[in-house]
Design a protein. Sequence first.
Length: 399
Amino acid sequence: MYVELGSLVAVAERMGCSQQNVGQNLRCMLRRAAAAGYVPEATFETYAKSLYTSSSGNEAMWDKRRLKATDPDDAEQMPQPKILTSLSTMQRGNGEVIVQWKREDIEKQAQLALFEQHVQALTERVPVREMIDPPLGISYTDLLACYPIGDQHHGMAAWANEAGKDWDLKISERMIKTASQHLIDQCPPCEHAVIPFAGDFFHYDSYKPVTPSHAHLLDADSRFPKMIKTGWSIVENIIEAAARKHQNVHVMWAGGNHDEASAATTRAFLARLYRDNPRITVDESDAFWHYYQLGKVMIGLNHGDRVKPARQLSVVAAERPVMWGETTYRIVYLGHRHHEERIEYNGGIVETLAVLPPPDAYAHRGGYRSAQKQLAVVFNKNGWEQSRHYFYPDMVEAK
C-alpha cells in the first residue's frame, strides 16, 4: 500500500489510522528486513535538503528522504546481519556517498569469532585415535545395548554442609566412570551399542560460570578449560569401554541449556577423534533433535527443555516419517528435569532420565530430592525392550 500511495499521510487516510502508527509499522518492518539480512535499494523521494559549506569552500549536500518504494526482490545482502545492528549513510546531492556509520554488537562479534576459532583449532589438532581392537567371543546380533546419560553437570560444585552432598570434578569423574563401567559389565555382549548424551553434560559454557541464555550464576568447581579436558577424558573412557564390549558403537550428543557451545564443540571433537575407527560412529548433526534406528527400534534424543513430553512423539513422527513407519518400538530420551519419568503415549514412549549428581545449593533450596542413578537398557531389534539395569551412587563410596 505504501508503494502504491507513496506517502504516510495517504496510507493513514486509507487505513483510517494515524500517520504515527503507519510510520511505526513501516519502521518495524524495515528493521525486521534488515535483521534478516536485506536492505532495500533506491527508491526514495526527497522532501528536504541540507547544505553544508566548509571553511575551504567545499560544499556538501544531503537530503532528508522518505521511502517511495520497496521491492523485496531488489535488495542488498548485509554482512553478518546479527552483528551489524544499524547502517547510516550520508550522501551528496548527486548520490555520491560521503561517509557511512556502522553500528556493530562488538560482544556478539567477538564471541562468534572466538567460538569459530576455538572449534577450528581444536578439531584440526585432534589426533586420530588408534584402532581399538574388537571384542572377542560371542556377539548377539539381534540385541542393542543403550547407555543413556542424563545431565551430568560436570563442573558443578556442591557442598554437603549446604546442599546435603559433596560434588566436584573429581567426584563427577570417578562416579560416572564407575557407573558406566558397571552398566557395560552388566549388559550382554550385544553387537550394537548406542550412547545418547541427553545434554548439560557440562555445567557451564564459558569462562563465566553462568547459563548461556539467561546468565544465571552457577556454583562451579575449577576452571573452564579443566572442566572441558576432564569431561572429554570421561567421554573417551565411556566410548572406548563400550567399544571393547560391543562390535559397533554409535554416539549421540544433544546440547543442553547449560552447554550449547560446548556440545557443538564436543560433537566435532569426537567425530574427528574416531574418524579412522569404523566401529565407532558419531552423530555430527547440530540439530536439536537426534535419531537412531536398529531394526524395528527407534531412539530419539533431545534435552527436553523446548518441547513438553506430550508433544515429543508428534515432532518425531513429523521429522522422521520413514523411520517411524519402519519401526514398532519408539522411545525418546530427555534430560533437563533431573528425575526419572517414563510415559507411554500413542505410538511410543517418552522417558526423562535420572541423573548421577546430587542437587546443587539452588536445587536443594527448591526441595528437589530425586534419586541419583544411571540407566542401561537392552533392546531387541525386532521391536521390544529386553532388560534394563541401574547403577546407584550408594554402590560405591564417593570421596
